[in-house]
Design a protein. Structure first.
Length: 211
């Protein structure tokens, strides 16, 4: 059953919704492949902008309202990593964690969940009143339900109080200094990166293969 773009099944899990999101994200991605999204194409910043404004919203639509299991989350992360490596002309067998950090597109579902939680808490509604009760219970007794939006934020290691007031922008821990990520940020935005067989592109290939 599909309601407002969110697919539900008899097992009460998100697997069917994730399958539909993956299918539609692939369609959105390949529909823009001739517009400079695929390598060599546009420079890095316009590509990241297209991904964040076209493909990523299609991929994550409705996911902030569902309980996403580790298997389904892995499927989303693998798809995002593989498509972005295709965007930048990198092997799909290379690693993607540092690449995603350099592009600023990690924690795609958690970011939406934190923003949704912040909006709920600042809007007077039955939902916000319920979450205030759940939050008070967590503060007093340390008890929470893992299947709720509040529970998923707590399980991610983020403070629900900071998330409530700040959303996702400053809701987590400060990003530690990472030389690999900093190097990738510089190389991905170098003017020569999109030139085939350039030194900058080969250096990025070697970094994501090794780390």
């Amino acid at each position: 059953m599909c309601h407002l773009g969110v697919t539900f099944n008899q097992s009460c899990n998100a697997s069917d919704h994730i399958e539909e999101r993956i299918r539609k994200c692939r369609g959105a991605f390949y529909s823009h492949s001739e517009n400079g999204l695929c390598y060599p194409g546009l420079s890095t910043d316009p590509k990241v902008y297209l991904w964040k404004t076209v493909c990523l919203p299609v991929l994550t639509f409705g996911c902030d309202t569902l309980k996403i299991g580790s298997t389904d989350m892995h499927r989303l992360e693998v798809l995002q990593g593989n498509l972005l490596k295709r965007v930048f002309g990198l092997s799909t067998k290379s690693r993607s964690s540092h690449l995603l950090m350099a592009l600023g597109v990690r924690d795609m579902i958690l970011g939406k969940q934190c923003k949704l939680f912040s909006r709920i808490m600042y809007t007077e509604s039955p939902c916000s009143r319920l979450y205030r009760i759940l939050l008070a219970k967590y503060i007093r007794k340390g008890e929470y339900c893992k299947d709720t939006l509040l529970g998923q934020i707590i399980c991610s290691g983020r403070s629900p109080l900071i998330t409530m007031t700040s959303g996702y922008r400053v809701g987590g821990q400060p990003t530690p200094v990472n030389g690999i990520v900093d190097s990738l940020k510089y190389l991905l935005r170098h003017p020569n990166f999109n030139r085939k067989m350039s030194q900058e592109h080969r250096m990025v290939e070697n970094l994501v293969k090794a780390f």
